[in-house]
Design a protein around this ligand. Structure first.
Ligand SMILES: Cc1ncc(COP(=O)(O)O)c(C=O)c1O
Length: 474
C-alpha cells in the first residue's frame, strides 16, 4: 500500500513508462496479435493475498498487458473511428483521478457542475450551435441518443410512459445508414426495435427527405405516432451527411422530435466553412457529438445538447429524501440530465484540451487531417489497381483493390477481405471495412492526434505491398 506521502517516489517509473509509451508507440503492432484467452491465462485465478510492489505490477503491465493492447493512439490506427487523446487530456485525467470526485449533483462538487456548464457553452459557441442549446456531458453517444429517444418518448406521451408504460404505436425514423446505437436505444426505451423505420438513402448515402415525409404521413393515417427522427451528420460507414434542413422542416411540420447524431463528425463544426451542414439546426431538439472521437479528449466524453432542458429534466428527475438539497432549482444537478446517478468529472479534460490547444490549435489539427485525407485519396486514385468507392468525406476515404482483369463483385469482395486481414495481421497499420450495396470496401480514417504525412505514406506503402503479395499468391 502506498501512502500519499510516497506518491512522488512511486510515481516516477510510471511517468517514464507513459512518456516512453507515448513516444515509442509505433514500435508496437497497431492491432494486438494475441489469441483468445492468451492474456486471461497469464493472470492468476485469484487476487493476491499479500500486497505486491508497484515495480512488479509495472513489469507485468509491460509484459502481460501491452501485448494484448490494440494501440488506439498509434498514428497508423486508421480503423473504425479514432478515439483520440492528447497530452493535455492525459494530464486532466490524472488530476481527475487524484481528486476522485463523484459529481452527481452540484453540492457534491460545485466546480465540476459549473465547469461542465461553461464547457458546454464554450463548445456550443465554438461550433456555431444555437445560443438556446444547453449541454451536458454523457459517457457515450449511445447513451446520449438513448436519452434523446426517452425524452422524445415522454414528450409524445405527455410524460406518462415513465409511469404507465410505453404505448405500442410509437415510431422512430432514421436512415438505413444510421448507427446501430439508435435501434438498440429504441429497444431499451421499450418502444420496440420493430418500430424503427429505416428510410432509404440517395447515391451519397444520405437520407431521402421525401421518403421520410411519405412514411410519416402514412404512419399517421394508420394511427401510429411519430416520436423521433434521427438525422446523422457523419454516418459510421462512410461519413455521409443527412440533409438537415429538409429533415428539420418535415419534423417541424409534423411536430416530431429531431435528434442529430454527429458522434464522429461533430468537431468539424469548429471550422466555419463546414457549418453548411447544420442549416436547420435552430429546429433541432437534441444534438450529440463525441469529443472523445475526433477532439483529442480521451475516452469517454460525449457532449449532448438540447433545445429544452426542462423536458430532459422532467424525463429523468426523481427525488429521494437522501438527495434533497437547499440549492435544488438554483443550480444544475446533472444527475437529472441523464440516466446515471454517479458521474465522473469529465469537464476537466475538455477544459485542459480547449485551453491547451485553443480553438485555433484544434482547427489546425482538423485541417491537417482533412489535407492528409485528400492526399491519401489522390494517391489511391492514381494507382491503377485500386479504386475509390466512396470519395473523400472529411477525413475518411472508402476504397478497394481492383486488379486488372477482376471485375466480379463477389470475387473482389473476397479479395479485399483477404487483403484487409493480411494488412491487419502484419500490424504496421490497422484498417477496417464496411459493405455498401454488397460492395466490400476498406475504410481509411486519418484522425489520430499526432498523425503526420509520413504515416499516411507508410499506410499507402503497406497497402500496395500487401496487395502485390496477394496478387503473387493468386
Ligand atoms: C455515427 C455514430 N453514432 C454513434 C456511435 C456510437 O458511439 P459511442 O461509442 O460513443 O456510443 C458511433 C460510433 O462510432 C457513430 O459512428
Amino acid at each position: 500500500m502506498i501512502l500519499p506521502k510516497d506518491f512522488k517516489k512511486e510515481l516516477s517509473p510510471f511517468i517514464d513508462w507513459v512518456h516512453d509509451y507515448l513516444n515509442d508507440v509505433t514500435a508496437y503492432p497497431v492491432k494486438s496479435k494475441v489469441q483468445p484467452k492468451d492474456i486471461y491465462q497469464q493472470i492468476p485465478p485469484q487476487a493476491p493475498e499479500q500486497p505486491e510492489g508497484m515495480q512488479q505490477i509495472l513489469q507485468d503491465l509491460t509484459e502481460i498487458i501491452l501485448p494484448g493492447i490494440t494501440h488506439w493512439q498509434h498514428p497508423n490506427f486508421h480503423a473504425y473511428f479514432p478515439a483520440t487523446n492528447s497530452v493535455e487530456s492525459i494530464f486532466a485525467e490524472f488530476v481527475t483521478a487524484a481528486i476522485g470526485a463523484q459529481c452527481m449533483i452540484w453540492e457534491t462538487s460545485p466546480a465540476a457542475a459549473e465547469l461542465e456548464e461553461r464547457m458546454m457553452e464554450w463548445l456550443r459557441d465554438a461550433m456555431g450551435l444555437p445560443g438556446h442549446f444547453e449541454g451536458v456531458i454523457q459517457d457515450t453517444a449511445s447513451t446520449a441518443s438513448l436519452v434523446a429517444i426517452l425524452t422524445a418518448r415522454e414528450g409524445v406521451t405527455n410524460f406518462r410512459s415513465n409511469f404507465e408504460g410505453v404505448p405500442d404505436n410509437l415510431r422512430i425514423y432514421c436512415s438505413t445508414q444510421t448507427h446501430s446505437s439508435i435501434e438498440k436505444g429504441v429497444g431499451i426505451a421499450g418502444i420496440g426495435r420493430n418500430n424503427v423505420v429505416k428510410i432509404e438513402v440517395d447515391d451519397g448515402l444520405r437520407m431521402i427527405p421525401g421518403q421520410l415525409e411519405a412514411q410519416i404521413a402514412k404512419d399517421l393515417e394508420e394511427g401510429l405516432k411519430p416520436c423521433c427522427v434521427v438525422a446523422a451528420l457523419g454516418t459510421t460507414s462512410t461519413v455521409a451527411i443527412d440533409p438537415l434542413k429538409e429533415i428539420a422542416d418535415i419534423c417541424q411540420k409534423y411536430r416530431v422530435w429531431l435528434h442529430v447524431d454527429a458522434a464522429y463528425a461533430g468537431p468539424i463544426l469548429l471550422l466555419p466553412e463546414y457549418r453548411w451542414m447544420i442549416e436547420g439546426i435552430q429546429q433541432v431538439d437534441s444534438f450529440v457529438f463525441n469529443p472523445h472521437k475526433w477532439m483529442f479528449t480521451n475516452f469517454d466524453c460525449t457532449a449532448y445538447f438540447v433545445r429544452d432542458p426542462e423536458s430532459l429534466i422532467r424525463t429523468f428527475d426523481i427525488l429521494p429524501e437522501y438527495l434533497k438539497t437547499n440549492t435544488r432549482g438554483l443550480v444544475n444537478d446533472y444527475r437529472d440530465w441523464g440516466i446515471q446517478l454517479g458521474r465522473r468529472f469529465r469537464a476537466l479534460k475538455l477544459w485542459f484540451v480547449m485551453r491547451g490547444y485553443g480553438l485555433t490549435g484544434l482547427r489546425e489539427k482538423l485541417r491537417e487531417h482533412l489535407q492528409l485525407n485528400q492526399f491519401f485519396a489522390e494517391e489511391i486514385d492514381q494507382l491503377s489497381d485500386f479504386e475509390i468507392v466512396v470519395p473523400p468525406a472529411l477525413n475518411f476515404t472508402g476504397f478497394r483493390y481492383r486488379p486488372a482483369g477482376v471485375n466480379d463483385d463477389s470475387e473482389l469482395n473476397q479479395l479485399n477481405k483477404r487483403l484487409l486481414e493480411r494488412i491487419n495481421r502484419r500490424g504496421n497499420i490497422f484498417l477496417t471495412h464496411t459493405k455498401i450495396k454488397d460492395v466490400y470496401l476498406i475504410r481509411m480514417v486519418i484522425g489520430h492526434t499526432y498523425v503526420e504525412k509520413k504515416h499516411v505514406e507508410r499506410a499507402l506503402e503497406e497497402i500496395v505491398q500487401v496487395a502485390l503479395e496477394l496478387t503473387d499468391i493468386r
